[in-house]
Unconditional design. Structure first.
Length: 296
């Protein structure tokens, strides 16, 4: 197991390749993992938003974690997603992913009925208590019915196993508030909805994002420029890459990433129904933006 507590860098959210009958295409996933590691990424996250966790049963999720861990083969850490509507199910997932060799947990709370703040804190605490693995909290105020407030993140930052938070809002000021409130107890990673160079400037550690699957080499270069504090060069590259973020914000995320990967020679199938695959005009838009940034 790799110790990820000092992790920094680009950690792509992996898509879940699916066959036409809905099975996990483990061969396609392994090929993609090998490609991304070869391009220099610093970690991998299966079963994030791009990985369509909400559309997979436990057995499918298990296959995704097994294939990712085996393909990574210790070269980079694997931070596996845990997402559930019940605390019992979240604990079961966390323990199983630890058994399968994951290096960390990305904890997501799914909610049908709203859950109050104490309930939210209890859910994430239970996931963090379930194993010895470092936990990354996931917060997305735009899509989650019950989300992590700044107060909740502050409370959870005192847990010894909760080491990171990934914020998928569009509010970069919220990230600075997290950094200020938690006083170094928890590292902050951005999502593709943020200007990542700006997040690095204020003290972020990097980004966990689906579009990085399509531009891994460019993303790693941007991270390296930020780490070297070459902000002018970083912003020049960031302006170019921002077109990718903007394009993918228009489409179904899994559908867009899978469409882009297919253009690059990695056929990961279609999104799980009832999500739909991109149409010809949308695929053409993805092609144009990838050509513009040298990813085709």
């Amino acid at each position: 197991m790799t110790d990820i507590r000092n992790l920094r860098g680009v950690v792509p959210y992996l898509p879940t390749p699916l066959t036409s009958d809905g099975a996990v295409d483990e061969g396609a996933l392994r090929r993609l993992v090998d490609h991304l590691i070869g391009e220099g990424v610093h970690g991998l996250t299966p079963l994030g938003s791009t990985g369509e966790f909400a559309y997979l049963d436990f057995a499918a999720k298990e296959r995704v974690v097994i294939a990712t861990v085996e393909a990574a083969a210790g070269r980079v850490p694997v931070i596996a997603g845990v997402a559930a509507t019940t605390t019992w199910d979240a604990i079961r997932q966390a323990r199983r992913w630890a058994e399968l060799g994951a290096d960390g947990i990305l904890a997501v709370m799914e909610a049908y009925f709203p859950v109050n703040e104490d309930g939210v804190v209890e859910y994430f605490t239970a996931v963090a208590d379930a194993t010895d693995l470092p936990v990354t909290l996931y917060t997305n105020p735009n899509f989650q019915r019950s989300d992590l407030s700044l107060d909740a993140i502050d409370r959870l930052s005192h847990h010894p196993n909760i080491v990171f938070v990934k914020d998928a809002s569009t509010n970069t000021g919220r990230l600075l508030s997290m950094l200020n409130r938690t006083e170094g107890r928890i590292g902050v990673f951005a999502a593709s909805s943020h200007i990542t160079a700006a997040v690095m400037l204020i003290g972020g550690r990097g980004w966990l994002a689906g579009p990085s699957c399509l531009i891994p080499r460019q993303s790693v270069r941007l991270f390296e420029l930020c780490e070297a504090r070459q902000w002018d060069a970083a912003m020049e590259l960031q302006r170019e890459l921002w077109a990718v973020n903007q394009a993918f914000a228009r489409f179904n995320l899994a559908g867009a990433v899978k469409a882009g990967l297919k253009l690059q020679g990695f056929d990961c199938g279609d999104p799980a129904p009832p999500q739909r695959a991109l149409g010809p005009d949308e695929v053409a838009a993805v092609r144009r933006v990838l050509e513009r940034v040298g990813a085709l």
